[in-house]
Design a protein. Structure first.
Lengths: 300, 294
């Protein structure tokens, strides 16, 4: 008994030692920046204070409430997130359903389908900027050829169309991620269920509604959770495609944070922006988590 | 058991159902392939077109021989020294991937096997931090980089890249370790190995496939990262591919070098296209076990 206890304690000590380097690094790169931003958000630290931190309590948050640019960026982020998630879910589901069937060349189709996910977002943003180019862009040319528009659209130069363009580019880039996760869910559904259901006279649409959707609901929620977090913090795509323009029409909260820190050297205010973004994210993730655990409890 | 009579296929699926479902399926497959490839192929085509063909009034879909050129690629390497950026990207991505596996796998093993108190809390925290966008980290990391004087040092990227890939590594490797047969480790103990020796000599060799899977994902994330690379590397010779390519369009004020931009995209994405071609299964497997099962 004594030796067993001894071995167990030795194992735990080894375990902590094995985890220590990884945990320390995670603390440095994840915990420190968040806590630091929270702390710094109570100080004004910008050019007016010669970049020295001056404690001002909640002043930064007071400024933020009156800051139209902040609200604009939050609105843009919300619009961007809602629309990208919606289209990614629909398209990702279609792609996952197709890739789940048996057909010749399925391996190749799957390889092609995950390609967009694997490519660097900043470079993909360059590709889409070129596609949406108002003068020589292929998208305008195609629309003109099929007579869907009568004159070229200035995609990245007009506020509304610029938002449409960045949403389209992001949907292209990340639909494959959603499709991969949903495909894993589809593959775990037993074929027998469908056969039994078909024998009962159910149409494919009915089996989709009554078997597929409920059974992959957890995967849908997880995929949307991941996508929400990434979409809410989107930076590279926007920075390279529009830089937040025209006139702030596609400025997301991340672009504003970056500008506050790197362009205006307003570290205290940037920290307050980081804190608020973090809290919004945590709130949404927490609610989804609750919903997910209830969903899981129901299916099990 | 009696032999059941062969059940005839339900008539409605044989007559009407199947052909329509087939048509729908092939439409969805065609959509998937075109949707995923078209933007990339357009960039590839642009990169081989002469400037005249790129900016001609009518968009050139099928360039003639006189409209094709290799100059944009030659320019990248001759005028813009793209091999330096390639080298930087490769170095940072490879070193951080190796480090991440070296730090993450032992941690994953401990979480899978050694019954550590507080295991659930650690796992939950690891899962939650995968949701943090990098923009929330960059301000704090910028201060760390400045305090340690790491700006324009490879470590300024290697350290965060190692960390951002740790959660995924821990989750994927942990679910792999849990599937390993326990007997092996028990007999190794009987032979007198301690935990570290056993990990190094017995478990690690068996883990190679899982390490490759995780390593590919970590490499992809590190190669693609933009925000930290943009912020911490300001000297030209230290920049990585995504940052260097993105700034090509900004530096020349008068004429946007569409051809060079397209070529830069192709050069920067090529290593990843190759990875996807060869390791499609592993990537899918790693992504799903990292996020769904975790």
């Amino acid at each position: 008994m004594v030796t067993k206890d001894y071995i167990r304690r030795r194992d735990q000590r080894t375990g902590w030692l094995l985890m220590l380097p990884a945990l320390l690094l995670l603390l440095l790169v994840y915990a420190f920046p968040i806590l630091r931003a929270f702390w710094l958000s109570f100080f004004i630290e910008n050019l007016s204070t010669n970049l020295e931190p001056v404690f001002t309590g909640l002043d930064n948050y007071g400024l933020m409430i009156q800051d139209g640019r902040f609200w604009q960026s939050m609105r843009n982020t919300a619009v961007f997130t809602v629309f990208t998630l919606f289209f990614e879910l629909i398209l990702g589901l279609i792609i996952a359903l197709a890739l789940d069937q048996a057909f010749r060349g399925r391996g190749l189709a799957r390889t092609i389908a995950i390609l967009p996910w694997a490519l660097p977002t900043a470079l993909i943003a360059l590709a889409w900027r070129w596609i949406f180019n108002s003068e020589f862009g292929v998208w305008n040319d195609l629309l003109l050829r099929f007579q869907l528009i009568s004159s070229p659209v200035n995609w990245l130069g007009e506020p509304f169309w610029a938002m449409v363009a960045v949403i389209a580019a992001d949907v292209w880039k990340t639909t494959s991620f959603v499709a991969i996760l949903l495909l894993a869910g589809l593959q775990s559904i037993s074929q027998d269920l469908y056969e039994a259901h078909a024998l009962d006279g159910a149409s494919p649409w009915q089996s989709f509604r009554q078997i597929t959707l409920p059974l992959i609901a957890p995967q849908i929620v997880i995929a949307m959770l991941f996508r929400f977090a990434q979409s809410f913090g989107i930076f590279d795509l926007i920075q390279v495609m529009t830089g937040g323009g025209p006139g702030g029409a596609t400025e997301m909260v991340s672009i504003y944070i970056y500008a506050a820190v790197m362009r205006y050297l307003d570290f205290g205010y940037g920290a307050a922006l980081v804190t608020v973004t973090f809290l919004v994210l945590v709130a949404v993730v927490g609610l989804t988590w609750l919903y997910l655990s209830r969903l899981r409890a129901k299916t099990e | 058991m009696t032999t059941a009579p062969p059940t005839p296929a339900p008539p409605q699926t044989a007559d009407r159902g199947i052909p329509w479902m087939r048509v729908l399926l092939w439409a969805a497959i065609a959509f998937t392939v075109i949707f995923s490839l078209a933007p990339v192929l357009w960039q590839v085509l642009t990169s081989f077109k002469t400037n005249a063909a790129i900016t001609s009034d009518a968009v050139v879909y099928f360039p003639g021989l006189d409209q094709l050129t290799f100059d944009h690629y030659l320019d990248l390497f001759r005028r813009n020294q793209f091999y330096i950026y390639m080298f930087n990207s490769a170095l940072v991505a490879i070193v951080s991937t190796v480090l991440c596996l070296a730090l993450g796998s032992p941690a994953a093993y401990a979480l899978a096997r050694l019954r550590i108190p507080g295991e659930q809390v650690i796992l939950a925290s690891v899962l939650i931090v995968t949701l943090f966008p990098y923009i929330l980290l960059f301000l704090g990391l910028l201060e760390v980089v400045r305090a340690l004087g790491l700006a324009n040092n490879y470590l300024a990227l290697i350290i965060p890249y190692t960390a951002i890939n740790l959660p995924l590594t821990i989750l994927v490797m942990r679910s792999f370790f849990q599937q390993l047969p326990r007997d092996l480790e028990d007999s190794a103990r009987v032979d007198g190995y301690n935990t570290v020796q056993m990990l190094w000599r017995i478990v690690l060799p068996m883990t190679l496939p899982a390490l490759v899977t995780t390593g590919i994902l970590a490499f992809i994330f590190a190669w693609n990262e933009y925000l930290f690379a943009l912020t911490f590397m300001t000297r030209e010779g230290m920049k990585t591919i995504p940052v260097a390519a993105a700034q090509l369009g900004v530096t020349t004020l008068f004429e946007v070098p569409y051809g060079s931009l397209a070529a830069a995209t192709v050069v920067g994405t090529l290593p990843l296209v190759l990875l996807v071609l060869f390791f499609q299964r592993r990537i899918v497997q790693g992504l799903t076990s990292g996020s769904v099962k975790g």
